[in-house]
Design a protein around this ligand. Structure first.
Ligand SMILES: [Zn+2]
Length: 420
């Protein structure tokens, strides 16, 4: 194999002529500089629409793109960046076959970067690829923008879940739309109000909005109002996991109040014990460690009020697991029990749930299984907490679409099976 052909293969570039390969001493050590140019078929194309265009000028001279390392040696592709005059887009930099428009990285590099970002902590990606996290974010944004342009993500939606997710310590919000049938995130935008959600329905259009059969959401009234106006035929359901989350919050409120009462009564040791029961109480029973099961058993023996709150939390889960007729019976039982529990947090929750009873009944009747969308929402909440430094809603949305929207690229060059 000739060297230029070998280099072309290593660099993973197509429609590209390799002119020369040289080493160069850089600040961090030796780098490999590969001089390239687009071949005849890829030359003089608009970087925005790929239309063949008339040459304009030489632009700002040669540019460099970071490629995947050859072994341990960093690789830079170098080429001229002439400008062309596109009939539609005017004077723009000519497209290059090895990189996306406005990127300082090759396609393979960006795809690898995005794949890694979806699968590993940010610090690992940055260290392995020797890039800043800022570069990772912009690579993800370009990969996602390209992939979302390829497919209509809003086609064929029937059952969707609408949710809101806080980020930047609850200062800002994203409104998200998940497809219940695939579990995929199909739409996300900053904001949590009727205008934001209105933009989703604008993108969907009246025809496709008319095809929706079920829409689940939390208790937010503005969501219900928009859905009733834009997709009146869809059955509105209350997302079960929100109800379980409300009950969990109520349980925790009871625990904190009881702890405060003990402290006020001077029973510091007992207060400390109660403060330590939190995880045993709020976690799902099947996830408890042996110690936590012991903690739960001692709460049962020593603190009737707190244990009642715990059982009420668990019963909300049982309601949705049962669904249908049995679910209705359990729900009625839950409401009666919560109302006479004499636990303010729970009697208050009973009032809230009574208010949402019509759409809660829909959830039970239609058996809307939201395991997939719940997994997606849980994942998104984890994303917002990971040390990815999401300073902009765009970056967070792009990352969410990458990991939960089905837009993650394959690793470059992985068509053949090769395992050792
Ligand atoms: Zn163009």
């Amino acid at each position: 194999m000739r060297t230029t052909k070998l280099v072309r293969r290593l660099a993973g570039v197509e429609h590209t002529v390799v002119e020369s390969v040289e080493t160069e001493q850089a600040a961090g050590g030796v780098v490999l500089v590969v001089r390239v140019r687009p071949d005849r078929s890829a030359r003089s194309r608009c970087s925005r629409c790929a239309r063949r265009s008339r040459g304009y000028d030489q632009g700002d001279g040669p540019r460099r793109w970071r490629g995947l390392d050859f072994g341990t040696v960093p690789v830079l592709l170098q080429a001229g960046a002439p400008r062309v005059s596109c009939r539609v887009h005017g004077v723009v930099v000519a497209a290059v076959p090895w990189a996306r428009a406005r990127s300082r990285f090759t396609r393979d590099f960006e795809d690898t970067c995005a794949w890694l970002a979806a699968h590993a902590p940010g610090s690992v990606v940055a260290e392995l690829l020797r890039v800043t996290w800022r570069s990772v974010r912009s690579a993800v944004a370009r990969v996602v923008a390209e992939a979302s342009g390829r497919a209509d993500r809003l086609a064929g939606l029937r059952r969707i879940g609408i949710d809101e997710i806080a980020f930047r310590k609850g200062q800002r919000y994203l409104t998200t739309v998940v497809d219940h049938d695939t579990g995929r995130l199909v739409w996300a935008a900053e904001g949590r109000n009727s205008q934001t959600l209105g933009r989703f329905f604008d993108a969907l259009g009246p025809g496709r909005a008319g095809q929706l059969t079920h829409v689940s959401a939390d208790g937010a009234e503005w969501v219900h109002t928009v859905v009733r106006a834009r997709a009146p035929q869809a059955v509105l359901c209350l997302d079960p996991y929100h109800v379980v989350a409300w009950a969990t919050t109520a349980l925790d409120t009871v625990r904190r109040e009881l702890t405060a009462q003990l402290k006020a009564a001077g029973r510091k040791d007992a207060a400390k014990v109660l403060a330590g029961t939190r995880w045993a109480l709020v976690r799902n029973p099947e996830q408890l460690s042996a110690t936590q099961r012991g903690t739960l058993a001692s709460v049962k023996d020593t603190n009737r009020r707190l244990y009642t709150a715990y059982l009420l939390k668990e019963q909300t889960r049982a309601v949705f697991e049962a669904k249908g007729e049995h679910g209705h019976t359990l729900l009625a039982g839950w409401l009666a029990w919560a109302r006479r529990s004499r636990l303010p947090a729970l009697t208050k929750l009973a009032k809230t749930i009574t208010r949402y009873l019509p759409i809660l009944r829909n959830t039970l009747d239609h058996g809307l299984s939201n395991a997939r969308s719940e997994a997606t929402n849980t994942h998104l909440r984890v994303l917002t907490r990971r040390s990815y430094g999401f300073h902009s809603p765009e970056a967070l949305t792009a990352m969410a679409m990458l990991t939960r929207g089905g837009l993650c690229p394959n690793l470059p060059g992985r068509t053949a099976q090769l395992s050792t």
